[in-house]
Design a protein around this ligand. Structure first.
Ligand code: NAP
Length: 316
C-alpha cells in the first residue's frame, strides 16, 4: 500500500501488528534485491512528501518527506545555492532511504549534513526524532540496517545545508573533470557529477541494477600491508582511525577478472564491476548464483568477509 501521511502509516502499522504480518518499507526500490518468491507480507510504499526550508545565519535546514525523490531534492538545493549534497547528485531513490544506507558518493555522505531523522517506531507506536548519533551512521550503514532499527520507519529527514561552501574534488574523476586552477560553482559540481555518472553507470532505462552490490571492505592497516606484499598495486584509502578502505571493484577486475563477466543474464558491469546489472532475463537467484562465489572466494583468498550493499527482501 502507498502511505502518504504519518497517520496512514500508523494505521498500517496497527493493522499489521494486530495480525502479526511482516512488513517491508519500500522507498524507490533502487537498492533492493527481491526474492523470486516475492515478499509474503505488507509492503508499505513510502510516499510522504513535502519540502520546507528553515533559514538560519549561514545555513538552512531542509525538512523533507521520506517519499520525496532524492535527486529532485538535490537539484532544488543547488537551485537555492545550498551546499552539502551536490556530490550526491544523480543517486536514484527516495530521501527516506538516504539515511538508511547513509548514501555516499565522491567524498560526501548524507550523514555529514543530517540534523535529525523523524521515524515512526512501530514497536512502541510513537513518532520520534533521532539525532545523528542515535542513527549510528557508518560507511553505507546506520541503525536502520540492524536489528535495533527493524521497527523504525523513516518519515521525514532534516538536513543542514550551508549557504556557502568549498567544492569537494577529492575523487579523481572530479579532479580530472576540472582544471586544477578552476573554482567550480555549486551548479557546475552537480553537472560534473551527473556527467561522470552518465559515463560510468548503467542507464536505468536499459538495465536493472541495485547499484553497488557489495560494500567496499574496510580492513586494518596491518592486513592491508600484508595483502600489498602479494598485490602491490592494490589501492587503499585511509579512513579516520587508521583503517583502510579497499575499492572492491579493483579486486573484482584485477584479481578475479570478473569485469564485464555475465552469467544467466546478470553480470558485473563493464564500466564499474562493483555494480551488478541485469540485462533483462535475470532473476534474483541468478544474482545470487553470480555473487555468492565472490563472497566465498573473498573469504578464502583474502580472509575478508565481504558484505552486500543491497538489501535482500523475502526468502532467498
Ligand atoms: P571511483 O572514483 O572509481 O573510486 C573507486 C572506489 O575507491 C570508490 O568506491 C571509492 O569509495 C574509493 N575512492 C576513490 N577515491 C577516493 C578518495 N579520494 N577517498 C576515499 N575513497 C576513495 O568510484 P566510482 O565507482 O566511480 O564511484 C564514484 C562514487 O559514487 C563513489 O563514492 C561510489 O561509492 C559512489 N557510487 C555509489 C553507488 C551505490 O550504489 N552505492 C553506485 C555508484 C557509485 P567509496 O565508494 O567509499 O566512495
Amino acid at each position: 500500500m502507498q502511505v502518504r501521511s504519518a497517520d496512514v502509516l500508523a494505521d498500517a502499522i496497527e493493522w499489521s501488528n494486530k495480525r502479526g504480518i511482516p512488513r517491508f518499507v519500500l522507498g524507490g526500490g533502487s537498492n533492493v534485491l527481491i526474492s523470486d518468491d516475492g515478499f509474503d507480507g505488507l509492503v508499505i510504499k513510502m510516499a510522504i512528501t513535502g519540502i520546507s526550508y528553515k533559514d538560519g545565519d549561514d545555513s538552512v535546514v531542509a525538512v523533507v518527506g521520506a517519499g520525496e525523490n532524492w535527486d529532485a531534492f538535490v537539484a532544488d538545493t543547488v537551485e537555492r545555492e545550498l551546499w552539502g549534497v551536490e556530490n550526491l547528485s544523480g543517486i536514484p531513490g527516495t530521501v527516506g532511504a538516504a539515511p538508511i544506507q547513509n548514501v555516499g558518493a565522491y567524498g560526501q555522505e548524507v550523514a555529514y549534513v543530517i540534523e535529525w531523522v523523524e521515524v515512526y517506531d512501530a514497536a512502541n507506536i510513537k513518532r520520534k526524532r533521532l539525532s545523528p548519533d542515535e542513527c549510528s551512521f557508518g560507511y553505507r550503514d546506520s541503525i536502520f540496517k540492524h536489528e535495533e532499527g527493524d521497527d523504525l520507519i523513516v518519515t521525514r529527514v532534516a538536513l543542514r545545508l550551508k549557504k556557502g561552501g568549498e567544492p569537494n574534488r577529492s575523487y579523481k574523476d572530479l579532479q580530472h573533470f576540472f582544471h586544477a586552477d578552476e573554482e567550480p560553482t555549486l551548479y557546475q559540481m552537480r553537472e560534473a557529477v551527473l556527467e561522470i555518472r552518465r559515463g560510468k553507470f548503467p542507464d536505468l532505462d536499459e538495465a536493472g541494477t541495485g547499484g553497488s552490490f557489495f560494500k567496499n571492505p574496510i580492513i586494518s592497516r596491518k592486513k592491508y600491508e600484508t595483502l600489498q606484499k602479494e598485490y602491490p598495486d592494490m589501492p587503499g584509502y585511509e579512513l579516520d582511525g587508521g583503517s583502510i578502505k579497499i575499492p572492491f571493484a579493483w579486486i573484482l577486475d584485477n584479481v578475479f577478472d570478473l569485469k564485464g563477466h555475465y552469467e544467466r543474464g546478470v553480470g558485473f558491469f563493464e564500466k564499474q564491476p562493483l555494480v551488478v546489472i541485469n540485462k533483462g532475463s535475470g532473476m534474483a537467484e541468478d544474482v545470487h548464483f553470480l555473487t555468492q562465489p565472490v563472497i566465498d572466494r573473498t573469504k578464502d583468498e583474502f580472509g575478508i568477509d565481504i558484505e552486500r550493499e543491497v538489501t535482500l527482501v523475502g526468502n532467498r
